[in-house]
Ligand binder design. Structure first.
Ligand SMILES: Nc1nc2c(ncn2[C@@H]2O[C@H](COP(=O)(O)OP(=O)(O)OP(=O)(O)O)[C@@H](O)[C@H]2O)c(=O)[nH]1
Ligand SMILES: [Mg+2]
Length: 489
């Protein structure tokens, strides 16, 4: 028997929330669109550019409702949830467009409502309604998703899983200090606050080291250990997994009993509320992944990204034996996995990146033994910071990308000042992803070299009247068509 996930009252509340959402959805059709991804994946930039393009008539030929002229008005409206911080669209767009700097990192959940007035494509539909669709965009850290599997794990399972993973690859080195400390402690001895704190700090330091490592491993749960917010220092964050626990029940008053209780508290005060108030109410979801950075960092980063993606997708596509199935009153019916920052590649490679990401998703889907229906994959750039060109070298034409590296960026020993443009050869991905994954699975894996330079956001072109045009992008229109185009039919 899997441990029960939420109590009866939680279930009832989810059902009620969903009912309330549905009832208001009848009067006023709404989609709740989740935007997630691990930190720095590109969530803030994605939402900013999507909204900017919709509000400013961006070039979106593959977004059918707009192309065919059926969208008559687009506007931002007050969001329905008073307790969720608003997505600060104006600040982010000001940074991107006016100052040409990337927006600041955002570490919590936020929401923005954009509403479209449209005409139905069918004469039948037009007769009954002048259409209006609100899209409630919810931006939340992917790290919070990685916590959901904890709901089905007791403290022992969590401890065993964490310790097992800590012994693999580069993690073995990074976890050494924490494990040495943990293994030297008698978990059945009486509980002691200072020991709990030392263990918890050493464990958090290990998680931080994984993230900071140049191979940039993906995050491991508990997600809030890296972004504690206002829970910092609370008992619910002052615990750590215990390797090598004895098989007996935890003695009363022992350190083990204390850790176990705090682990359960973490689930109760952090994971369940997120699940109930946010996750269980989503209709559609986009998961952003920075596959190029992972490839750039090497095989272990790619394998780690694949593991994180597997865990994330398992939350959306519960199999028949999954502990989520019984809980999700309404089901997310479309999931898009998008490899971001494709503007770091020449356009010939965009399809290669898309195929490679597709294989990554296939492998993840196979691993959890679920069906991949409803999952789509794309390679996109929310903001195109580069343009393409060719340079002649030894009588060959080489495809390059041109952009303005951000101030301080070093390329071939040259330090850039934030104003000077440069052309770089971005590197290429294999046409056939199979070769890539054969390499990835081999002992001495060698991945293709991708040149990831941090460019400034682009200067926007101006229309004839001197008006600034919308933010340039790659395939953002396809993204919109997939995520909500069908609801504007
Ligand atoms: N060239 C390029 N860079 C991008 C693009 N999207 C994001 N980036 C880069 O990636 C960084 C992170 O993007 P954000 O949108 O802030 O990522 P996030 O997922 O919101 O990150 P957190 O808020 O820290 O979780 C940006 O500062 C940019 O440097 C893109 O479309 N093109
Ligand atoms: Mg952000």
């Amino acid at each position: 028997m899997p441990p029960s996930l939420t109590s009866f009252s939680d279930d009832a509340r989810i059902a009620l929330d969903n009912l309330a959402d549905r009832a208001s959805g009848l009067v006023h059709p709404t989609i709740r669109l989740g935007v997630t991804g691990l930190s720095r994946a590109g969530k803030t930039v994605f939402i900013s550019s999507l909204v900017h393009n919709l509000l400013n008539g961006g070039r979106l030929p593959l977004f059918e409702a707009l192309r065919s002229g059926r969208v008559s008005a687009v506007r931002l409206e007050p969001q329905p949830d008073d307790a969720i911080p608003r997505f600060q669209y104006e600040d982010h767009i000001q940074a991107l467009v006016r100052d040409r700097i990337w927006p600041d990192s955002t570490r919590a959940i936020s929401e923005l409502r954009i509403t479209l007035d449209y005409q139905s494509a069918s004469g039948w539909g037009r007769m009954f309604s002048r259409g209006r669709l609100s899209i409630d965009i919810v931006d939340y850290p992917g790290e919070w998703l990685l916590d959901l599997p904890l709901l089905a794990q007791d403290f022992r399972t969590f401890s065993d899983n964490t310790a097992a993973l800590a012994g693999t690859g580069i993690r073995e080195e990074l976890s050494r200090e924490w494990l040495a400390l943990a293994n030297g402690i008698d978990a059945d001895a009486p509980a002691d606050e200072m020991t709990a704190r030392r263990l918890s700090e050493a464990f958090a330091a290990y998680l931080r080291a994984c993230k900071a490592d140049e191979r940039s491993l993906s995050t491991l749960p508990p997600g809030r250990f890296l972004m504690p917010g206002d829970l910092e220092g609370s008992p619910a964050l002052t615990f750590a997994p215990l390797p090598n626990m004895s098989d007996t029940k935890a003695p009363k008053g022992s350190l083990r009993a204390m850790m176990e209780r705090r682990y359960e508290a973490y689930k109760n005060v952090v994971v369940k509320p997120f699940f109930r108030e946010h996750f269980a109410r989503l209709d559609r979801q986009i998961v952003l992944i920075d596959a190029l950075q992972a490839i750039n960092r090497g095989p272990e980063a790619v394998q780690d990204l694949e593991r994180a993606l597997t865990d994330v997708l398992a939350c959306f596509r519960p199999g028949h034996n999954s502990f989520f199935s019984s809980l999700i009153g309404r089901r997310i019916d479309k999931v898009l996995v998008a490899a971001t920052k494709a503007d770091h590649l020449h356009h010939e490679s965009h399809d290669h990146l898309e195929r490679l990401t597709g294989r990554l998703v296939d492998r993840a889907v196979k691993r959890i033994g679920m069906a991949g229906a409803g999952i789509e994959v794309m390679a996109i750039a929310s903001v195109r910071a580069t343009r393409e060109a060719t340079v002649k070298e030894d009588n060959h034409l080489l495809p390059v990308i041109v952009g303005t590296p951000i101030a301080g960026e070093m390329i071939n020993g040259e330090r850039f000042d934030g104003n000077k443009k440069t052309a770089i050869f971005p590197g290429d991905l294999p046409e056939d992803p199979e070769a890539f994954f054969q390499q990835l699975d081999s002992v001495n894996a060698e991945l293709p070299e991708i040149n990831v330079v941090r460019f400034r956001p682009p200067a926007l072109e101006e229309a004839n009247g001197g008006m600034k045009l919308s933010v340039p992008h790659i395939r953002l229109d396809r993204t919109m068509q997939f995520l909500f185009g069908d609801r504007l039919a």
